[in-house]
Design a protein around this ligand. Structure first.
Ligand SMILES: [Zn+2]
Length: 293
């Protein structure tokens, strides 16, 4: 949908945009999150990570963050006449709590920026009457995740550390520790902002079969404008045992291998580094595939 402008009566020079597309909404929410980070950096007098949700509280009219028994819910945002309260699931891992709180701050930015202008334009063409509402909710949650990512791992600062460490699984672990985020959040951010283009892959045991295969459950393509729209997709989303991925799943040390990727109707072999994380049912494997190595 196009962009409609409305002249405000009070200040004729100021234009209010009534409708936004996905790119514009994303841009607005990232910009606002960056402003918050800048304010925080100025207030503290340094830009050293981590950037914790508690630090943003005073900047954003949040009265407090309360740990509570929320069942399955990660966090909720309560609005009072004198400010907000964030309730976060006390049973979740502290790193996940950080992301959940930052996501709720994302909701505050979302309403501040009136981004429902964008989600209102989303139509889901289906016979299912709930489909449209679900598509709008997904778009809203995605924007709040984008805001949370920028608050916890500000792009420029994260990239500076990443460049210093070099791009590897070991760096992902170091970055997760320094920025106090989960391994999964850190590896996604690495793929998004890495100066050297790489793809992040997340594998979990395939629960649909009893074959002990590992299934690709998430893929994050290189961010930025470097690669344009080129899309690298692993030739095999299901990997059967034995494999180097299974070795990574079983051991705790990184494993180097190579993998076939489909790209523009061709197949290319890329070097890959993989490592297993988590325990028991939550065990998963993270891979980084390097486009230019
Ligand atoms: Zn949400």
């Amino acid at each position: 949908m196009g962009v409609n402008y409305l002249n405000s009566n009070n200040s004729p020079n100021q234009l209010e945009i009534l409708h936004l597309n996905s790119e514009q909404a994303t841009h607005l929410v990232i910009d606002r999150a960056r402003q918050l980070v800048d304010q925080l950096v100025e207030r503290r007098g340094h830009d050293k990570p981590p950037f914790l949700p508690e630090e943003f509280v005073r900047l954003q009219d949040i009265k407090q963050i309360v740990k509570a028994d929320l069942g399955e819910t990660s966090a909720i945002l309560l609005r009072f006449h004198d400010g907000y309260v964030i309730k976060v699931n006390e049973s979740h891992h502290p790193l996940r709590q950080n992301f959940s709180c930052a996501h709720e701050i994302g909701h505050i930015l979302f309403s501040e920026l009136k981004l429902e202008r964008y989600t209102r334009t989303i139509e889901y063409r289906t016979f299912n009457p709930q489909g449209e509402e679900r598509a709008r909710a997904q778009a809203r949650e995605r924007l709040c995740d984008i805001a949370a990512t920028e608050l916890l791992m500000p792009e420029l600062i994260f990239r500076k550390y990443l460049s210093g460490f070099g791009i590897s699984i070991h760096s992902v672990e170091r970055l997760a520790k320094i920025f106090k985020v989960s391994i999964q959040a850190a590896v996604i951010r690495v793929a998004e902002v890495s100066p050297e283009p790489c793809i992040a892959l997340l594998w979990r045991p395939d629960t649909r079969t009893k074959s002990k295969a590992l299934r690709l459950v998430r893929r994050v393509s290189p961010g930025g404008k470097v690669r344009g729209k080129t899309n690298y997709v692993p030739a095999h989303a299901l990997v059967r045992s034995p494999s180097t991925l299974h070795k990574a799943y079983q051991d705790d040390s990184p494993v180097k291998s190579s993998k076939l990727f489909k790209v523009d109707n061709a197949v290319k072999r890329l070097p890959v580094e993989s490592k297993g994380f988590g325990r028991g049912e939550n065990r998963y494997v993270i891979s980084l595939a390097f486009l230019d190595r």
